[in-house]
Structures are given as C-alpha cells and as structure tokens.
Design a protein around this ligand. Sequence first.
Ligand SMILES: [Fe+2]
Ligand SMILES: [Fe+2]
Length: 189
Amino acid sequence: MQNIIEIIKEKLCDYSKKSFEKDGYDFWNNHIKYVFKHSHDMAIKRGADIEVCELAALFHDMAMVADFGPRDEHEIYGAQMARSMLTELNYPKDKIDLIEQCVLHHRGSKNDVRTTKEEQILADADCVAHFDSIPSLFSLAYNKIGLPMEEGKEFVKNKLTRSYQKLSREGQKELKERFNTIMNVLFVE
Ligand SMILES: [Fe+2]
Ligand SMILES: [Fe+2]
C-alpha cells in the first residue's frame, strides 16, 4: 500500500503534466517540489507536524494546477480538494482540518491571520520557493509578459523583495543571508 504522500503526489504530478502540455508551465518542477522540500525542512526545524506540512504543500496550489475554480480563489478550491481527497482516504479528521486551514491561509497577499505553526510554514515555504526558481521568474518577465531588459530586471527584483517581506520574522531570519547574496549577484547597481 502506497503511503498518503505518494498517493497525493502522484495525483498532483498527473495534473501538473496535463497543465504543462496545455500552457507550458511546469508547476511541479518549477514551484511545488520546492514548496514541498521547504515545508518538510521547516517542519523539522520548527517542531511542526511533518506529514501535515508536506500534504499542505502538495495541496496548496492544486486547484490552479488542476484548473479547478477561478485562479484567484485557488486557496478556497484547493482546500475543498484537500478535504474531499483526504476524507476519501480515511485520513484523520483533525489533521484534515489543519491542512484545510494551511491551504486557505497560504497566500501572502491576503494578509491572513495564521494561528498554527503549520499554517505559517506553508506561507513561508511558498515564498522561499521563489528563490529556488529564479530562472522561471525571468522567463515570465521576458517571454510571457514580454518586458524589455531593465523592466524585466525590476519585475524580478520586486517580486523577490516582496516574497522576502511577506515571510514571518523566523522565515526572514532563515533566508536573510541567501536573500542578500542573490540580490547582490543579480542586481548590481
Ligand atoms: Fe498559491
Ligand atoms: Fe504556491
């Protein structure tokens, strides 16, 4: 019997493959695998429930990947997907509740109040993941949006700065050195 992480990961990778074939963006390889890794590492470091953090990472953008519901409400539709899939797999109800809250409150732009370690970990891991896929941010700026050189640079710089500012105090502390190095290497004045 496969474990629950493998079952959900397989489902997500199926959605990701289909979405990649449709619009060329590889959600799993460009974003979610990094969120998953950081969620795992932060859960250990901050003493949170590892499995809950890993599952929350797998579900957090799943509605977007599966093209289920409007993109701007992907946290609501993703939370629904988490509840229904995990309930079907007889996953413990208290953990489903926690994962649902993580997915609902993962978006840094929404100023959500996060009351559990697991919710804060997912929000932080989602921001830190942007620093693992900087080439995809440049590709978005130059290829997809079609910005000229300087504006594209500014776009990526602002995006990374915002991601850093959205982190919790603990998250900023963990990323500080790497953030400064990246900024100094990429954006020399
Ligand atoms: Fe998201
Ligand atoms: Fe995300």
